[in-house]
Design a protein around this ligand. Structure first.
Ligand code: GLA
Length: 351
């Protein structure tokens, strides 16, 4: 049975709830319906000690003020669109510009700043919470009214499964993603530099200094971006490399090998002291690895812990940044009558 409790008010008087999903194998996931945000993920370490491994807040008000998208579903378009402009079916669009001169994560009032409808549902995989958002025509400059269902399921195999189902009444673009900041050590005062990462990608998409893709696919071989084998994140994060400088560390989109729209294992994250191991599976063509370079301790998260520089990392399964302006990138267009579908799984274990 999924527990539900009061989690605070946003917009002065709107109630937000916190839902708790549990598995029989020691995992617990807390989710609130503001931003459809994952608040906590409790995972056993190699000695069976269950600790929280994501950054977050202990009230809804924290998420209302949050500027880092902690745990949220972001959209309508996850990642950036250059200058917030694109042309679709011959029509020019101007989206809200909220990140320098660009559009990021759906704009100032994107999906992470909205109250979602939430209801526990029964699935044969585990405890599930379905959250639904209606994003109206014109919101943040987007065309068409989009209905998006996100179903979080905590399976008995300790998988956090995220299923997305979207539809629109007008041709538009749609590229939501999940934005948890992981720190598998369970000690959120530590940085993530001793985590080891594997990403099944021979290429990344280079960016300019505004994080907008150039349109090229660039080989990771012999660069700081080669995570084809499980590698320590801190090894090359401060390399004298133009893309590392533009990204202020890692903040790039890796191009999943052999993408064919089916779900594949695309990555692994391992923290050697706790032994916690996370595998990432998705049907998306890209994954944004962001090493928490904008965290600066100003945000005080759960248990009064400051969210310091690089104390969490994101692995956002997605389409590529600025796809609406890059014809060579996979399309993010959705038409009336079509279904937007995404499945991403974060599977936890120890080794
Ligand atoms: C994404 C972006 C980062 C940063 C975070 C939110 O991960 O790639 O540049 O904007 O969102 O702070």
């Amino acid at each position: 049975m999924i527990e539900k409790r009061f989690f605070g008010n946003v917009e002065t008087d709107k109630e937000v709830s916190l839902f708790t999903l549990k598995s029989k194998n020691g995992m617990k996931v807390e989710i609130c319906n503001y931003g459809a945000a994952v608040v906590s993920i409790f995972v056993p370490d190699k000695n069976g000690k269950s600790e929280n491994v994501v950054l977050g807040y202990d009230s809804a008000q924290g998420y209302e003020k949050c500027s880092s998208y902690f745990g949220a579903i972001v959209g309508r378009y996850g990642n950036r669109i250059g200058k917030g402009i694109f042309v679709l079916d011959g029509k020019n669009y101007q989206l809200d510009v909220n990140d320098g001169e660009n559009h990021l994560h759906g704009g100032k009032f994107g999906f992470n700043k909205r109250i979602w409808d939430a209801e526990p549902i029964q699935t044969d995989t585990g405890q599930s919470l379905k959250l639904t958002l209606i994003d109206n025509n014109g919101e943040m400059g987007y065309a068409g009214t989009v209905k998006l269902d996100v179903i979080y399921t905590l399976s008995e195999e300790n998988e956090l499964i995220i299923d997305y189902l979207g539809e629109t009444d007008e041709t538009t673009i749609l590229n939501p993603t999940h934005h948890s900041y992981f720190n598998l050590s369970g000690d959120l005062t530590k940085n993530i530099l001793d985590h080891h990462l594997m990403l099944n990608a021979d290429y990344i998409t280079y960016v300019d200094k505004g994080f907008i893709t150039t349109g090229e696919l660039n080989k990771v071989e012999n660069t700081p971006f080669d995570f084809r084998n499980l590698s320590r994140i801190g090894e090359n994060i401060n390399s004298d490399n133009q893309q590392i400088k533009y990204g202020l560390g890692y903040d790039h989109n890796w191009v999943i090998n052999n993408w064919d729209k089916t779900i594949k294992k695309v990555g692994e994250l391992y923290e050697p002291v706790s032994g916690r191991f996370m595998e990432i599976f998705t049907d998306q063509p890209g994954i944004q690895f962001y090493s928490g370079n904008f965290l600066n301790g100003e945000q005080i998260g759960k248990n009064g812990i400051a969210c310091n520089y690089r104390t969490g990392l994101c692995l956002e399964t997605q389409h590529f940044p600025d796809s609406p302006n890059k014809p060579s990138f996979p399309s993010v267009i959705i038409n009336p009558g079509e279904q937007y579908v995404q499945k991403t799984i974060y599977k936890f274990s120890t080794k």
